[in-house]
Every structure is written in C-alpha cells, then in structure tokens.
Ligand binder design. Structure first.
Ligand code: B1M
Length: 210
C-alpha cells in the first residue's frame, strides 16, 4: 500500500485540510484511482474520527475540522468520479432529511451515481417532506434517495415515504446512512436500502431495470 494513504488518513483525523488537499492531488498524480484514495485513505480516517467521537475522545469542533479536511480531498475526487459523457440513464433526486446536516456520505452517493451515468438532483441537507414532494413534482425523477445519519432523523424517512403514499405517487424511494438497515427499510416501506455508495449504484441499476 502507498504509505501516503496512511498519511492522508491522518490528515482527516487531525483535520489538516491543506495537507488533505495536497496529498490527494499528489496521490492522483501518482496514478492512484479515486476509489483507492477513498477506500484506503479517506474512509479509514473518517472511521477513526467516528469512533473517537463516539467514545468521547474527540469533540464536535474537531469533527468539524475533520469534515472540512474530507471535503478538501473530495473536491479533487468528485469530478473524476462523476465524469460521464453518455446520455443519462435516469434521474435521481437525493437529499438528507429534515434535522440532519450530515452530507459527506450523501455527496459520495451522488457523485458515484453521476459517474455511473445518472442525472442527480442533489437537494442538500435538512429537507422536509414537502420539499421532496415539490422537487418531485418539478423534476419527475425516476427514483428518490433519502439519507440520514442520526437515529433521531432516520425516523423522519417514514414521514416522507408516507407523504408520497398518501398522494399515490408510485416513485421508488430508497434510503441509506450509517444507522439505517435493510430491516428498518422494510419496516418503513422503503423500496430499497444501500449500505454504501457502491451498493447504492447497484440498487439504482436494479430498480431502473424493473
Ligand atoms: Co455527526 N454523528 N453529529 N457530525 N458524525 C455521527 C453520525 C455519529 C455516529 C458519531 C458518533 O457518535 N460516533 C453520531 C450519531 C449517533 C446516532 O444518532 N446514533 C453523530 C452525532 C451525535 C452528531 C451530533 C448530534 C453531535 C452534536 O451536536 N452533539 C450533530 C448532529 C447535527 C445534525 O445533523 N443535526 C453532528 C454533527 C456532525 C458534524 C456537523 C460535525 C459532521 C458532519 C459534517 C458533514 O457531513 N458536512 C459530523 C460527522 C463528520 C460525523 C461522523 C464522524 C462521520 C460521518 C461521515 O461523514 N462519514 C459520524 C460518525 C460515523 O459515521 N463514523 C457522525 C463518512 C461517510 C462517507 O459515510 O455518511 O455513513 P456515511 O455515508 C455512507 C453510507 O452511510 C451510505 O453511503 C455513504 C458512502 O459510502 N449512505 C447512503 C449515506 N447516505 C446514503 C443514501 C443512500 C444510500 C447509501 O441512498 C439514498
């Protein structure tokens, strides 16, 4: 493994956004793929941040600087992951749900979908059910994707799904985010669950083929 990947993970843990930016560019110049940089550098770094935060060894301001470092690195990877010249295979409307500001994972799902030929309309964070409905009516996407990272906000996914059911809109709604499981997806009547961005692409492919 390229030793710089470990250094990159440490820049995320330490929240050194300038170093994260520089090392990511260097690794790309050395010919590493964006997926290798993500899987073997950035995500392990963010995993450590999550564990330390959970265990009270890191606090919110430090997590924020780690998130900023992650974004500095992702800005180099996003355009490569998203590059695709083909006609869109479908349109996906995606957003983080109301009360939740986590967007790093959702952004990753968006760029992976774009890289796999989908048009993605990204609604950003803190989206109420009514906004999903209004955006659905405006853009008529083939699939809607909901993201939530908190055990408190994941419950709101059910509210969104119920609103679409109430209005008899048969658009498939898929969900994801760290606390979400297939069991939860089944319980709230979602049309699919994906554990990570790669699985999200497979899930979208499968739904589009139906
Ligand atoms: Co917060 N946070 N956070 N946080 N944060 C978590 C989620 C937490 C698990 C940390 C912990 O305690 N270990 C914990 C939640 C506990 C719980 O609910 N069980 C937590 C908490 C408690 C909080 C606050 C409440 C803290 C506080 O204020 N006291 C607060 C809440 C704010 C709010 O939302 N209202 C908060 C705030 C923040 C920051 C703002 C500081 C920052 C977010 C910055 C940002 O996103 N712009 C932050 C961060 C960075 C994290 C951790 C450390 C990392 C999240 C991340 O980016 N992971 C996180 C701990 C952890 O998850 N390890 C934590 C990397 C990312 C690539 O993975 O987001 O899981 P992930 O996305 C994956 C999959 O989940 C999946 O694919 C993605 C790519 O593979 N996926 C989908 C995601 N969405 C999908 C949608 C799909 C399909 C797949 O289909 C549509």
């Amino acid at each position: 493994m390229n030793p710089l990947l470990q250094t990159l993970a440490e820049t995320i843990i330490d929240g050194k956004h300038l170093d994260a930016d520089r090392i990511t560019m260097q690794l790309l110049e050395e010919g590493l793929t964006p997926m290798t940089i993500l899987d073997e550098g950035l995500l392990p770094g963010m995993g450590v941040v999550g564990r330390r935060f959970r265990d009270g060894e890191m606090f919110l301001p430090q997590v924020l600087v780690s998130a900023r470092a992650m974004k500095s690195a992702m800005k180099h990877l996003d355009p490569i992951l998203a590059a695709s010249n083909a006609e869109p295979k479908g349109t996906i409307l995606i957003g983080t749900v109301r009360g939740d500001v986590h967007d790093i994972g959702k952004n990753l799902v968006s760029v992976m979908l774009q890289g796999n030929g989908y048009k993605v309309i990204d609604m950003g964070i803190q989206n109420p059910a009514e906004k999903f409905l209004a955006m659905y009516e405006e853009h008529q996407p083939d699939i809607i994707g909901l993201s939530a990272l908190l055990t408190t906000t994941m419950m709101y996914m059910k509210t969104i799904i119920e609103l679409f059911k109430e209005k008899n809109i048969p658009v498939p709604i898929i969900i994801g985010g760290a606390p979400v499981t297939q069991k939860f997806a089944d319980e709230i009547g979602a049309n699919g669950y994906a554990r990570n961005a790669v699985d999200a692409v497979d899930l979208v492919h499968a739904i589009m083929k139906r």
